[in-house]
Design a protein around this ligand. Sequence first.
Ligand code: 26W
Length: 817
Amino acid sequence: MDKITKSEFKENVTDYLKVLYRREVSEATQQQLFQAVSYAVKDIVVDQWMATHKAYEKQDVKTVYYLSMEFLMGRALGNMIINLSANKMIKEAIAELGLDLNSIEDQEPDPALGNGGLGRLAACFLDSLSTLGYPAYGCGIRYKYGMFKQRIKDGYQLEVPDDWLKDGYPFEIKRSEYAVEVKFGGYVAIRKDANGKDRFIQENYQSVMAVPYDLPIVGYNNNIVNTLRIWDAEAIDTFNLDSFDKGDYQKAVEQQNLARTICEVLYPNDNHYAGKELRLKQQYFFVSASVQRAVSKYMEKHNDIRKLHEKVAFQLNDTHPTVAVAELMRILMDCYDLEWNEAWEVTTKTCAYTNHTIMSEALEKWPIELFSRLLPRIYQIIEEINRRFIIEIQNTYPGDYHKIEKMAIIYDGQVKMAHLAIVGGYSVNGVARLHTEILKKQELKDFYQHFPTKFNNKTNGITQRRFLLHGNPLLADWVTSKIGNEWITDLSHINELAIYADDEKCQKEFMNIKYQNKVRLAQYIQEHNGVTINPRSIFDVQVKRLHEYKRQLLNILHVMHLYNQLKRNPGMEFYPRTFIFGAKASAGYRRAKAIIKLINSVANVINNDTSIQNKIKVVFIEDYKVSNAELIFSAADVSEQISTASKEASGTGNMKFMLNGALTIGTMDGANVEIVEEVGEENAFIFGLSSDEVIQFEQNGGYNPKEIFNIDQDIRAVLTQLINGFYSPENPELFRELYNSLLENNGGERADQYFILKDFRSYEEAQKKVGAYYQDEKAWAKSAILNTAKSGKFSSDRTIEEYATELWNLNKVKVEL
Ligand code: 26W
């Protein structure tokens, strides 16, 4: 294949403008330019995409199917360009056309088909799979509306629909030829076939066509392009007269409605299970389509379905796609005639499960009534899996009925998806060392005892290509100038920076880059928030989903305390600080929304109080998302990772900050433990209860926050400001609920269940150390450089290498053009 030249590329851009919009470059809108440039880039990508798939076919490779309800991809154009080997040529061509790449990139909608950590992890994994050359499909849902856009009005969050497809998405390709039918409802009839064998047939069902759209996932400089396949639903029967004739009018309309609703919107819940029927439909819809297609593709080249696991692995991203276990059983038995035991053998060698949370309110448990009505055949199969598993438990632990209560897949009127995922797969992994240990010792103890060899850890990672190379070009260039560019595809090399940590010239260069990134973020904040911030102040940042366990409330209560101190003692030694927040709250999560309002109310008072001479500023960045995240991480001095110990499975934002040279203030939770292990405790600020201590308290019914409230007058002063109208004169009761959550038991919920008051003083101590340390410029610069230098472990390339070799058994592929 001939490589495309610069002048051909330029011609392609102008041709696309003409064909799509009848415009010349000089007349085109920014959106039209984005589309035309994207199509021209896609031209290059598609050649590699086809070559990759030819190579996969020829080598008959094993493929992983990463099944996930969420893929938080972020913008593709800029990322694709830096990954392509034609990168330099494309950038020159765009400049020669007189265009500005940044403003073209800004035209792309930020595809937000995910909520937070779990969805972004899936996106980083796809980037790593392509870059390492492992055959993979991401399989998900083509939501018409992704994560909502957040608007802040009068300090409150408003949710605005994210119509990301409205101008058309240039990188997707509709693959109607791979459409498959997915059936819901009806009943299962048992009929004998010609050989006298029982056949299970779903009758009187409703169905939809699942139609895949493929998005290219471009590897770094290696000609490999994997596929993110997202499924859309279309009605099976176009509304035809036939239906009227047969009296099926009602059914035809219902089927149309089903198709319309399934892919309409992403559930904006993070770590909270709501038991919505439509969500179960979404799950079965994309899982059934993906598994059906994977099996058909396998059978196109192979004749023995019993060896499926030699060529296919299904990785279940949390319990959301766990119906895959039963769906695969169904296909193997009902479509390929395997006996139960044969089908079970194949299934349990093909499926593997990743757990992403120990928050009990996130556990997916479906009522039997709903499940069996919606998926009658699948329910039958799960009943049989459960029946056999219970016998196994009874035989292993005779007389111990508690085991059944704790471990059964169906119990107490509910189908427990985590139990199905554990029983039906060959692997159960947590996402950071501490998290996996907690799973083994606490949450999944009985399962660990029963299946010890299934359990393993895969500490999360992030892609340095998006979060350093693309997001922080100044630092990326500096790193390359010091140690060469191998870090781009092997982040372990970044450790070579450590020798520069003590070098004063390097320290100045490093901090100057940080300063320029802070100016860039300050401009963004000025434009988007109308708040002026001082780029010389410490940028102290907490960006992540809003959740009580992540303790944004601890952060803002501490800000309130600092403000009280400054007011009382204006001459107090204090280095200027900008507290930056960014977070979306799930639309129905009242307390989370109250915390957003509180942050904005505090910002409003403090930012307008001239008496403190701009020593503290508080900024809430509206609509935190992948595209502005890149600006935020690169500009941070301090990374807030302050979850209640034991609650954050891993965290991945913590890694993005570290890579960009921010120092962590955090608890010993999730991957923070491993971050501190790599960088050294002297280069981070650790505080708070340990996970063992938290678990101890929880097992003893919590602690009494009123004792702290009664003896600590600073804390009392801050809490009192929640209910005396200090930050909400228009409604002094506004923050009563937050106040109560810290001090009063509420039903089954303990007062201050996330140990905010308990950790407050230790957090304050750590924050004081931050302020003091920052003033020692050399010490800070050294620690900042060391954070970047010691981040090698946290590349998703390392994580994927572990999944690929230890769990999936994949081989790397090379593609020559
Ligand atoms: C059923 C509702 C629901 C929705 C999303 C339950 C659970 C989730 C996710 C598991 C929440 C999530 O994103 N978890 C995060 O996963 C990241 C990637 O492993 C981890 O780094 C975070 O610690 C974890 O909170």
